[in-house]
Ligand binder design. Structure first.
Ligand SMILES: O=C(CO)[C@@H](O)[C@H](O)COP(=O)(O)O
Length: 216
């Protein structure tokens, strides 16, 4: 069996999506790219999270062609592969319909950067890209176009949900979790008034500290 370790990682990370209330039923998906072979491990389409196993993950090449797997690959496979082809530093991608972030997406609205946590993780707003149909690489095109000039590793897709990227599948899951957490905070604040802004120079300083100094 190809890529047993990456299959295990991607399978286990899928459990984080329902655990963090980022998905309902079979919505959402995760993939991870193996930097050595360039092959991608992705969720099988429409399989419940409880039924996912390392063995039923699907391995595709960078063009989305199935290399190994008995199941149909995720509906978003072509889009994940488009992102991998155009963003060499990305080795993990997560898609969710998490509630608060998707509420912003239904309005086609970015999530403004109004907390230190957002400054840390995203270095600015989480942008919202345009609408794209599901099934081909159009979603991937919108994601690349939307985040290429941003520090944010994730973006919203109008009327759809969240795409989060990272240098690993785990980091992409973290970005998806933080996207929803910040969307919920900002949405709550908006019910009470207009959130105060943070000086862009302070956002830069916060981002720099978190990316380069924070943690072990
Ligand atoms: O919204 C979409 C398609 O973009 C997906 O999140 C589906 O809801 C789950 O699709 P599979 O990955 O199971 O095919």
């Amino acid at each position: 069996m190809l890529l047993p370790e990456l299959r295990q990682i991607v399978c286990e990370l899928h459990a984080e999506l329902p655990k963090n209330s980022l998905v309902a039923w079979t919505s959402g998906n995760i993939s991870g790219r193996d930097p050595e072979t360039g092959l991608v491990v992705i969720k099988p389409s429409g399989v419940t999270f409880a039924e996912l196993t390392p063995e039923n993950m699907v391995v595709v090449d960078i063009d989305g062609k199935i290399v190994e797997g008995d199941y149909k690959a995720s509906s978003d496979t072509a889009s994940h592969c488009y992102i991998y082809r155009h963003m060499p530093d990305v080795n993990g991608i997560v898609h969710t319909h998490s509630r608060y972030a998707t509420a912003f997406a239904t309005l086609g609205r970015e999530i403004p950067c109004v907390t230190t946590a957002m400054s840390d993780e995203f270095g600015g707003p989480i942008p919202c890209g345009g609408f794209a149909l599901i099934g081909g690489e159009e979603i991937g095109q919108v994601v690349v176009e939307t985040i290429k000039d941003h520090r944010s590793p994730s973006c919203l897709l109008q009327s759809h949900g969240v795409f989060a990227t990272g240098p690993s599948a785990e980091k992409a899951v973290k970005a998806a979790v933080m996207t929803e957490d910040n969307a919920a905070i900002v949405w709550t604040a908006l019910q009470m008034g207009t959130p105060l802004t943070i000086d862009p120079a302070d956002i830069d300083k916060l981002y720099d500290r978190y990316q380069n100094v924070y943690g072990q």
